[in-house]
Design a protein around this ligand. Structure first.
Ligand code: HAX
Length: 433
């Protein structure tokens, strides 16, 4: 496989850089930690290394050095579609290079071969109560497949440390191929009386996901755009960090992926996309369906804030500007659904919320994040079961998390183990009697 060869070449070239940094410059400081950072979620402490993506607070995410518009423009496009192959994006995340049409095409075919789910997955899901959250179902199904891990078997057989990345890549490829199918399985089991749709062998990953969900084009392009946009946001966010942390114990990629899904399921993180739609539906209900005036919308926003809740889809732990993932989705809406009432709500929120959050003076970033816009597009194309939205995020996020884990193993990153202190120690350091 061309991808494995390219990756082997990249890893060989990269290893001496990590070794030299550790050996010759290991004691150079890159960060200090304040008491506020220790208590406050390690915010801003530079203590993780990843080359898959980098998040600049003002510019937003770059995948392997490419901004979102650059990534979408450079990757090979699916014939007849507006969006590129997700498979090409996987190549970029893993190798740092834009694949040729041929390289992307080979990966498309490779993932098709790996997409079959073991039979027992459907059985596992059917035993779960039907009102289980789709994220719980998705995570449980991934965990149930742990017995398939190529990495776990190779480790048991005494694999050398330098070779760990190879079976990790095998697991990653299998998971990337299977997760869209698993997402569609959960969706149709939970919401469509378990009437499943067989994959179409002619289609790429994004196209097949749309097909198995039972949603017509251009939803295939929506799926491709979603998976690429959500793929990575450097490695300190909860889902990426959870995946990396679990993997650092040499738990296999199935455990890592299941735990990253669990982290994404929190309302302050990935679940915010469902919360945005839930919140907007509440406003629409109160308004009897009509588009509120700016003044009415301001009242709703203040009501939510005064009741102690956050405005979902706004704010960010690192970003300090409008999220370019939001902007990309807004551009999609302006092109494909400019008159959609929910889009009008979201656009009104874009106008109304930032000044209110600034006036309230708490949120460090009053601007919208990726989740503010994403549910609108799903709703428009008929995916109205909004508690499913975070599963879409998870399928995308697995692209980045697993690319990171392949490189973690390639560079031999050790088990993660930060040091904790007690409150009394902090008081002593602060000079409190
Ligand atoms: N609405 C109301 N208050 C907000 C807010 C928002 N959207 N964003 C931040 N704040 C508040 C915080 O709750 C915090 O209040 P307290 O001091 O009372 O605790 C204060 O402003 C300072 O927070 P911050 O430093 O600006 O933000 P954090 O780094 O602590 O948290 C969050 C970042 C994304 C969790 C936060 O902005 C938030 O809760 N936003 C709404 C939920 C959301 O959209 N989450 C998705 C984020 C993107 C993502 O990860 N997607 O997966």
């Amino acid at each position: 496989m061309k991808l494995r060869d390219k990756l082997a070449e990249k890893i060989e070239g990269w290893r001496p850089r990590t070794t030299r940094l550790l050996k010759d410059h290991g004691d150079k400081k890159i960060s200090d930690v304040t008491i506020a950072q220790a208590i406050g979620g390690i915010r801003g402490v530079k203590c993780l290394v990843t080359d898959i993506s980098y998040l600049d607070p003002n510019e937003g995410i770059r995948f392997r050095g490419y901004t979102i518009p650059e990534t979408l423009a450079a990757l090979p496009k699916v014939p007849g579609a507006e969006m590129p192959y997700v498979e090409g994006h996987i190549w970029l995340l893993l190798t740092g290079e834009i694949p040729s049409e041929e390289e992307a095409g080979e990966l498309v075919e490779e993932l098709k071969k790996r997409a079959e789910l073991p039979d027992y997955v459907h059985d596992v899901l059917k035993t779960m109560p039907r009102d289980s959250h789709p994220m719980a179902m998705f995570s449980a199904a991934i965990l149930s497949m742990q017995r398939e891990s190529v990495y776990a078997k190779a480790y048991e057989e005494g694999l050398g440390k330098m070779d760990h990345w190879q079976p990790t890549l095998e697991d990653a490829l299998n998971l990337w191929a299977r997760l869209p199918r698993l997402g569609a399985l959960v969706y149709r089991l939970k919401y469509k009386d378990d009437k499943q749709i067989k994959p179409d062998p002619k289609l790429d990953l994004g196209g097949n996901f749309a097909h198995q969900m039972g949603i017509e084009p251009p939803y295939d392009d929506v799926a491709r755009l979603y998976f690429i946009l959500h793929s990575d946001h450097e490695s300190g966010n909860v889902s990426a960090h959870a995946g990396h942390l679990i993997g650092s114990a040499l738990s296999d990629p199935y455990y890592s992926t299941s735990s990253m899904v669990d982290g994404l399921a929190g309302p302050l993180h990935g679940l915010a996309n469902q919360e945005v739609l839930r919140w907007i539906q509440g406003v629409m209900e109160q308004m009897g369906g009509k588009i509120p005036t700016e003044e009415e919308m301001k009242e709703f926003v203040w009501e939510t804030l005064n009741s102690g809740q956050v405005i979902p889809g706004f704010g960010h732990a690192v970003l300090r500007k409008t999220d370019p993932r939001y902007t990309e989705q807004r551009n999609f809406c302006l092109k494909h659904l400019p008159d959609d009432p929910i889009f009008k709500y979201v656009d009104l929120l874009y106008k109304v919320v930032p000044p209110i959050l600034q006036e309230q003076g708490k949120a460090k970033n009053p601007w919208p994040n990726v989740d503010a816009q994403s549910g609108v597009i799903q709703w428009y194309y008929g995916l109205k079961e909004y508690d499913f939205y975070t599963v879409l995020f998870a399928i995308g996020r697995a692209l980045g998390v697993l690319s990171n884990i392949v490189w973690d193993r390639a560079l031999g990153y050790p088990i993660e183990r930060p040091k904790s202190v007690t409150t009394a120690m902090l008081e002593e350091m602060a000079g409190i009697e």
